[in-house]
Design a protein. Structure first.
Ligand code: ACM
Length: 631
């Protein structure tokens, strides 16, 4: 039995000497003990539920969706003394996290115990990961021995807020696509879905009292290609790209997420990022007469460097216009009634103040309210929005720019410009969610730009894995948790979104769930391999960029171009060529920095493991590499 199980693991990983002796759980549990033997699921599995398990029928449906539909195992509810799978509610001890669970598997069967439905649900997510990847298949898998290793697992999350943000404004994702996203989150024990519902490129939520927001704001001209380089829209061109969620859609998503123990945080991004709103209500900016359209991906914001930015069009709401606050009151009334989450996110990021500086209305406001600079103007706006949100019985959260000019009382801060804002806000006793772009911005490059779809910045998997949601210097009592953000400017499809998300969202999942001392990079990259196999079965896309070499380039002896390479995953061999032929593992192996020989114009590299290609063939023109040389 033991041998059979170890052999199963060998097949699971399929990587020779990398075979693991423990199942590849992500996030890694607080405590897991494995013992010899495995429990084979019978053709008819008896299941029992303690009285008081509120979502018994949902758990049964979840079990059936894999065990019956995929493994062909029938389920029968029985008393606990006849059950091979028992769900038990434990007494919630004060010391026990409500999301904790225990899972034990031995010759008698499977026991999942938890103080809450959430804990039971997480126990089930771990159970799936103990089964072979084929359990993730979309159709019935015949002739499998579905067996589970004997184990005793005790597990609980490190932090309470384990979030993923999905930007549905830049590109629209349908309700069904969001449900899939929720399923994938739940499998890795995420529990907060932050929906970025509005931006310059789209307004994605029905506000019943303001139908123009979606009639006008949810649609734009259709474009494909490289984001930021699209031509301007003709005002008369058909606005065929877009979409929005009706309030019924939102209710359906909320219910779907709640069953999976995920709360949804709505974000209405103001006062900047408001072009879609302004397309519907053009007189609410401080720049009257601007011909607004929903932005279709032509570049109007510029980032010359040093953290500076400016916009060609005023995309801000006007803090000096009372009708802005009346409109926001209407919007937040409906948002607050719809979403049960205690927080509403009001954005607050990247507001270019140059337009306000030119506005007579803003000058009057500053005089009246004794505001000394644009930060205080923004702070005045944010505080008024905070009051509106509070009047609806909710707390306000915003990006860390809301700290500029004075933080509104009680406001939650989502720290995206690194960790410093979050650290400072926690010390000021404000609730904080850490989502620093330096660790959790999963829209950035994860591999060499010459091998990746175009984006900006760089965030390799290893750096993501170093994410610590409670960084040194922060007051842990005020850190709600951590979050990864998936901005969607360039993500035209779910395939691309998934590619950016995975495996970096594995790294964030482990960072927000597992104890810091349990994290181990080498173990993590091995475990990922099994999850790639699970995703292959499930038809979910992911990136293998972590296997590609990381290049650095410099000139030596004034003119020669030297390339150094390393890999973030251990035990890979890099082979290379300068002769235009794709290097196989008989080609030279990289050992130390190489210099472009005379006449060569392209370097080709590929990583191999045990003689098998594992990274992508990277084609690296000399002319492109030269651009990376620091002058
Ligand atoms: C942000 O990335 N602008 C929050």
């Amino acid at each position: 039995m033991v041998k059979a199980w170890l052999f199963g693991c060998f097949l699971l990983t399929g990587i020779g000497s990398f075979a693991q002796t423990e199942p590849a759980l992500i996030p890694v549990p607080v405590e897991a003990r494995y013992s010899a033997g495995s429990f084979s699921l019978p053709a008819m599995l008896n299941i029992s539920f303690d009285a008081g398990i509120a979502d018994k029928s949902f758990l049964l449906q979840q079990m059936g969706s894999k065990l019956t539909r995929i493994a062909g195992i029938e389920l029968k509810e029985t008393p606990s003394d006849q059950a091979q799978l028992q769900f038990k509610l434990t007494k919630a001890a004060a010391s026990l996290s409500p999301e904790s669970y225990q899972l034990s598997i031995n010759e008698k069967g499977i026991l999942i115990e938890a103080p809450s439905s959430a804990g039971l649900f997480y126990g089930v997510q771990t159970l799936w990961q103990l089964l072979p990847p084929a359990i993730e298949s979309k159709s019935r898998v015949a002739n499998m021995n579905w067996s589970l290793p004997y184990c005793s697992i005790k597990d609980a999350p490190r932090v309470g807020w384990r979030g993923l943000m999905l930007d549905v404004a830049r590109h629209f994702f349908t309700k069904e696509q969001v449900k899939d996203f929720i399923d994938h989150m739940a499998a890795y024990k995420y529990n907060r879905l932050h929906l970025h519902l509005t931006d310059d490129q789209g307004w994605r939520i029905e506000i019943k009292a303001l139908p123009k927001l979606t009639e006008v704001g949810a649609f734009r001209g259709e474009r494909t290609g490289r984001w930021g380089e699209f031509g301007k829209q003709d005002p008369k061109e058909p606005k065929t790209y877009g979409g929005y969620y009706t309030q019924e859609d939102i209710k359906e998503l909320l219910a779907y997420a709640a069953e999976r123990h995920i709360s949804i945080l709505p974000e209405i991004d103001i006062p900047g990022h408001s072009m879609a709103l302004l397309a519907a209500y053009p007189d609410l900016s401080c720049t009257p007469g601007t011909a607004y359209q929903v932005n279709g991906g032509d570049r109007f914001m510029h980032w010359p460097g040093g953290g500076k930015f400016y916009s060609d069009i005023d995309n801000n709401l006007c803090p000096a216009n009372e009708r802005v606050y009346a409109l926001l009151d209407t919007i937040f009334t409906e948002i607050a009634a719809l979403f049960p989450m205690e927080y509403i996110h009001m954005g607050g990021d990247e507001t270019y103040k140059g337009w306000w500086e030119k506005s007579a209305a803003i000058k009057d406001l500053m005089k009246r309210e004794k505001l000394k600079d644009m930060h205080e103007v923004q702070s005045y706006f944010v505080k008024r929005v905070g009051k509106i949100i509070a009047s609806k019985g909710k707390k306000m959260m915003g990006w860390d720019e809301i700290m500029e000019g004075g933080l509104a009382s009680g406001a939650g801060v989502m720290s995206w410009q690194g960790e410093k804002g979050g650290i400072a806000a926690s010390k000021m006793k404000h609730p904080v969610v850490m989502s620093p772009n330096s660790y959790t911005y999963v829209d950035l490059y994860q591999g060499d730009p010459l091998a990746e779809p175009p984006t900006y910045g760089m965030l390799r998997l290893k750096k993501t894995y170093e994410f610590n949601p409670v960084p040194a210097g922060a007051d842990p009592a005020y850190v709600l948790g951590g979050q990864a953000n998936l901005w969607s400017e360039r993500l035209h499809t779910v395939r691309h979104a998934e590619y950016m998300l995975w495996p970096r969202a594995f790294a964030v999942a482990e960072s927000v769930w597992s104890p810091q001392q349990k994290k181990d990079w080498n173990s993590f990259v091995q475990r990922i391999e099994t999850h790639f196999k699970r995703f292959d079965q499930a038809g979910i896309n992911y990136s293998t960029s972590m296997y590609d070499p990381i290049l650095s380039v410099r000139t030596v002896k004034d003119t020669a171009v030297e390339v150094s390479m390393q890999t973030e995953v251990p035990n890979l061999n890099i082979h290379y060529s300068f002769d235009e032929f794709p290097p196989d593992n008989f080609y030279p192996e990289y050992k130390s920095p190489i210099v472009f020989p005379a006449g060569a114009s392209t370097l080709r590299v590929q990583t191999y493991r045990q003689g098998k290609p594992i990274g992508r063939l990277m084609i690296l023109p000399l002319a492109e590499l030269k651009k990376r040389i620091r002058k």
